[in-house]
Design a protein around this ligand. Structure first.
Ligand SMILES: *Cc1c(COP(=O)(O)O)cnc(C)c1O
Length: 411
């Protein structure tokens, strides 16, 4: 696709036919007819497969790729990805149920997150997955449940390292955090693991999210592996797994560029070669959410009305922040910026204009694009928000104003 928004990284993953976007081998107009109503999210399965294949072609072969399913927990998407990746990381008992329905073996599922409820712990132990423990109290509770169920729980320690992932959209480590066990407290926890009858698997060290800076990721990976190996000296057995986190970002906003995964991969080859001796029995895993799915997904809504107010054109659509909070700028952004947004059935169009794309909610926050240049759209045209395959529907307040929720399709 021709780069319609020169300030955004080019959107090249979807073909065009007669000025209309194609998704999953079908024109967007036809797909909208097939779905039957707008708004909807569409995820392209081939693009997800291509993304995993791209990673595999660069990463060291021994690196396991895990899917962090909170990025997109649609069951059909998770089923598809389960056939491509080596493991799934879940963060609730609800996600665990979806992951257990896939062909992935429970031994390849792990469960992280602070504040796990009693039934989450007991279900996870019974399922035979690995619990990434976020505190010492959680370790004691897991041991108690394991005894009462008569099952030896598989556990890893989630470590809050003493460094952070620089230039991350979201920092999840360094300093005081609700996530994980402070690195300096890990040795005393390890000393109790055998006594408590727990089966120790290894460490989970996740530093941050949405990072586009290869050098920052490389630095964090190096420190993470070193920390993991240092802590492993205190472990009762050689560690079986070292989950070094992920944080691979995708370009959402003007001025952002694709992450250089080739550079990250080369550096990981080097790091793993250097530490080969110490890692002979240890599987290295990375966990990725948005990097696998975000660019494969679009959000589609329809223009209900063209409205002019004091010279500015507003396209009022049937979609909005209730379906796509992140595109409205209200999911963690400090300064609101536009996602790449186009008229899906008139990509280039005959005429161009500057418009704001809004939803039907009674709040000025309900903004999908603020004064963006697009083809001139009419009532009935389809507005497409790209980069929407992660943190879309399930990260949005769908009950707000009580409009019907959008559909989701995997094509
Ligand atoms: C959310 C989360 C991820 C996924 O983050 P992305 O930015 O979508 O890749 C991975 N690991 C943990 C522990 C998480 O909480």
């Amino acid at each position: 696709m021709k780069n319609i928004h020169p300030k955004h990284a080019p959107i090249t993953q979807f073909p065009l036919s007669e000025d209309c976007l194609e998704v999953g081998g079908m024109s967007l107009l036809r797909l909208a007819q097939r779905v039957g109503k707008t708004p909807f999210y569409a995820y392209d399965r081939q693009l997800i497969s291509d993304r995993v294949a791209l990673l595999r072609s660069h990463l060291p072969a021994e690196v396991h790729i895990h899917y962090a399913m909170k990025a997109n927990p649609m069951p059909a998407v998770v089923q598809h990805i389960a056939n491509l990746v080596d493991g799934i990381d879940v963060a609730s008992v609800g996600e665990l149920g979806v992951a257990l329905d896939t062909p992935i073996s429970p031994s390849q599922i792990s469960f992280a997150g602070p504040g796990k409820r009693d039934n989450e712990l007991s279900c996870a132990i019974a399922a035979g997955i690995t619990l990434n423990m976020e505190s010492e109290q959680e370790m004691e509770r897991i041991a108690t449940f394991g005894q009462s169920l008569g099952i030896c729980p598989k556990v890893a320690i989630r470590v809050n390292p003493d460094f952070e992932l620089k230039s991350s959209g979201m920092k999840m480590s360094g300093g005081p955090k609700q996530f994980g066990v402070d690195a300096e407290s890990v040795p005393s926890m390890l000393a109790q693991i055998n006594k408590l009858g727990l089966h120790f698997e290894g460490f989970h060290i996740f530093c941050g999210s949405q990072n586009l800076n290869a050098a920052a990721i490389q630095e964090a990976q190096e420190k993470t592996i070193e920390l993991g190996l240092r802590l492993a000296e205190h472990a009762p057995d050689p560690i079986r797994i070292l989950n070094i986190g992920g944080g691979f970002g995708i370009p959402y906003f003007p001025g952002e560029k694709d992450l250089d995964v080739i550079s990250v991969s080369k550096n990981l080859h080097r790091l793993l070669d250097e530490k080969k001796q110490q890692l002979t029995n240890t599987k290295i895993a990375i966990e990725l959410g948005r990097y696998l799915v975000a660019e494969a997904g679009i959000y589609v809504c329809r223009v209900l009305e063209r409205k002019k107010s004091r010279g500015q054109v507003f396209l009022i659509t049937d979609g909005g922040l209730n379906h796509h909070l992140a595109a409205s700028g209200n999911f963690g952004q400090v300064i609101r910026k536009n996602y790449p947004v186009v008229v899906g059935n008139k990509i280039v169009g005959q005429e161009r204009e500057n418009v704001s794309v809004v939803g039907p909610l009674c709040t000025p926050l309900d903004l999908l694009a603020d004064q963006i240049e697009m083809a001139k759209a009419d009532v009935g045209d389809l507005i497409v928000v790209f980069q929407s395959g992660a943190y879309g529907l399930t990260a949005s307040p769908t009950a707000f104003l009580n409009h019907p929720p959008p559909m989701e399709v995997l094509v």
